[in-house]
Write a protein that binds this ligand. Structure first.
Ligand code: PEP
Length: 255
């Protein structure tokens, strides 16, 4: 089964009006030269910049993403942003359950599943982030942890919606640390996740499984060459146009 690769940048809490414009101009210009239509590209930006980035991305092949979405549809939830609000800004992808949200904001598997549902109901693609901590890996719990995290979402998604999910495997120990899972380590987890997806819904063989965790211009090609790695969720390297473009080129098979 062929799955179109997806390279999604996660800007986290970085950027400014001026920096966003410069970065996206450089990425959009580079993409035109690369003709990387073989690969989907997205950027998940801070909510404060959705309107600006929506305008900057008009006419480009880059899709707009959000870094979070509320599980609630409206009401007394100060600081939250609903799926319907994101949709008004043309958001296509919503990260849910990023490890920084789980760690610093106490998001549980159940909350993450509810957020994925909210995104789906509004017509967006949830990018469901899962991954084990270093202690969990060292205790031999990697598969159990990521399968529990993914299972919570799969339990609430019907077979008609499962192909609309994207899953991002991001070992917590590799995020922002410069430590990357080896291609073999990442592939082993992706294969286990693929098996879980297919066992839940045979159609789910087509779900894209991204790897995230210090993916960069130097290591992207070897990670993306693995049979069950269908793209990347990129933090730090998505803030540098040249690096992000090189990762996109690797995904598009241009390297
Ligand atoms: C991320 O934030 O999802 C991420 C993978 O970050 P980094 O690439 O910086 O490790």
């Amino acid at each position: 089964m062929t799955r179109k690769k997806l390279i999604a940048g996660n800007w986290k809490m970085n950027g400014s009006l001026a920096a966003n414009a410069a970065l996206l101009q450089a990425v959009a210009d580079g993409l035109q030269q690369q003709q990387a239509a073989a690969c989907d590209v997205a950027v998940a930006v801070p909510a404060a910049y959705l309107a600006q980035v929506q305008q900057l991305l008009a006419g480009t092949a880059i899709a707009l993403g959000a870094q979070d979405v509320s599980e609630h549809s409206s009401g007394a939830f100060t600081g939250e942003i609903s799926a319907a609000m994101l949709q008004e800004f043309g958001v296509c992808y919503a990260l849910v359950g990023h490890s920084e949200r789980r760690q610093y904001h106490g998001e549980t598997d159940a909350v993450v599943a509810a957020k994925a549902q909210a995104a789906l109901a509004a017509g967006m693609t949830p990018v469901v982030c899962i991954g084990e901590t270093l202690a969990e890996r060292e205790a031999g719990q990697t598969e159990a942890v990521v399968q529990r995290q993914l299972g919570a979402v799969l339990d609430t998604v019907g077979k008609d919606d499962v192909l609309r999910l994207v899953v991002a495997y991001e070992p917590v120990w590799a995020i922002g640390t410069g430590k990357t899972a080896t291609p073999e380590q990442a592939q082993a987890v992706h294969a286990a996740l693929r098996a879980q997806l297919v066992a839940a819904h045979p159609e789910a063989a087509g779900v894209r499984l991204l790897y995230g965790g210090s993916m960069n211009a130097a290591n992207a090609a070897s990670l993306l060459a693995q049979p069950d790695i269908d793209g990347g969720l990129i933090g730090g390297a998505a803030l540098k146009a040249a690096d992000f473009l090189q990762i996109i080129a690797a995904a598009a098979g241009d390297l």
